[in-house]
Design a protein around this ligand. Structure first.
Ligand SMILES: Nc1ncnc2c1ncn2[C@@H]1O[C@H](COP(=O)(O)OP(=O)(O)OP(=O)(O)O)[C@@H](O)[C@H]1O
Ligand SMILES: [Mg+2]
Length: 234
């Protein structure tokens, strides 16, 4: 479904992604691990078209998307739930959700997506008029995931959804993401929380200083000595 070949990305003068190649099959559930500044956000932003690679190619469903703007990539079925949620705090829940459907014209389909989001996250339905900025961190994360779902993605890029959340909330977010994958959405999940990411995903990649340094089955990475030392603290 997604194929990166030798992708390098610059931010200004600074090279943040170095020669990354990876493949994600349709339906897969894949973790992207790495510490602060490893390049996780830069890589996801490059895939989503917010940044563009200066070298290499990105294919989504067989189509080259490396130079297509982000808003058009969303329309192709690839959606990013960004780091830090990036909600509109002064807008109600409902309006934040509808912003995720801004490229869609199918009114009936949009309504169906909204019902689906409300079923996944009943609290968003109960409080649809509430300003997003008054939500707790966990509720805001659910809203951010809900907004990404409003574009009806086939593939979802999630950038550190557990950031800043209490362990119990992290667990319920992990459950929701697992459910989305079981509903058929291909998932690429960036996390500093390597333990939870490797517990729920099937495959994983490890990024260091913009380079992919390890990849494999999540169950193998969980037992990999380097991963255990660097990311699991054991
Ligand atoms: N706008 C920017 N200008 C210059 N350098 C940047 C910019 N954004 C990111 N970088 C640099 O790119 C590198 C990768 O950062 P990135 O945010 O992609 O890492 P990350 O793995 O997402 O980290 P974190 O877990 O802290 O979110 C870092 O060295 C960072 O300083
Ligand atoms: Mg980041």
């Amino acid at each position: 479904m997604l194929r990166l070949k030798n992708v390098s990305t610059m931010i200004g003068e600074h090279q943040v992604i170095h020669d990354v190649s990876l493949e994600i099959a349709e339906g897969d559930f894949v973790a992207l691990l790495g510490g602060n500044g490893a390049g996780k956000t830069s890589l996801l932003r490059t895939i989503a078209g917010v940044l563009h690679p200066h070298q290499g190619t990105i294919e989504f469903k067989g189509e080259s998307i490396g130079h297509i703007p982000a808003f058009k990539i969303v329309g192709k079925g690839l959606s990013l739930c960004p780091e830090g949620r990036q909600l509109f705090p002064q807008l109600p829940v409902y309006k934040n959700l509808m912003l995720g459907a801004f490229r869609r014209k199918d009114k009936k389909g949009i309504q169906e997506s909204l019902e689906q989001v409300y079923t996944l996250f009943p609290i968003l339905k109960e409080r649809y008029k509430q300003m997003a900025g008054t939500f707790s961190g966990g509720e805001q994360q659910m809203l951010a995931v809900g907004r990404a779902l409003m574009s009806k993605p086939e593939m979802l890029l999630l950038d550190e959804p557990s950031m800043g959340l209490a362990p119990l909330i992290v667990e319920s977010i992990a459950e929701v993401i697992t459910k989305l994958n079981s509903m058929g959405i291909t998932i690429f999940l960036s996390e500093q929380n390597a333990l939870i990411a490797l517990m729920i995903t099937r495959h994983g990649y490890v990024l260091e200083n913009g380079h992919l340094v390890l990849q494999g089955l999540s169950s193998d990475l969980l037992h990999n000595e380097k991963v255990r030392k660097a990311y699991l603290g054991t």
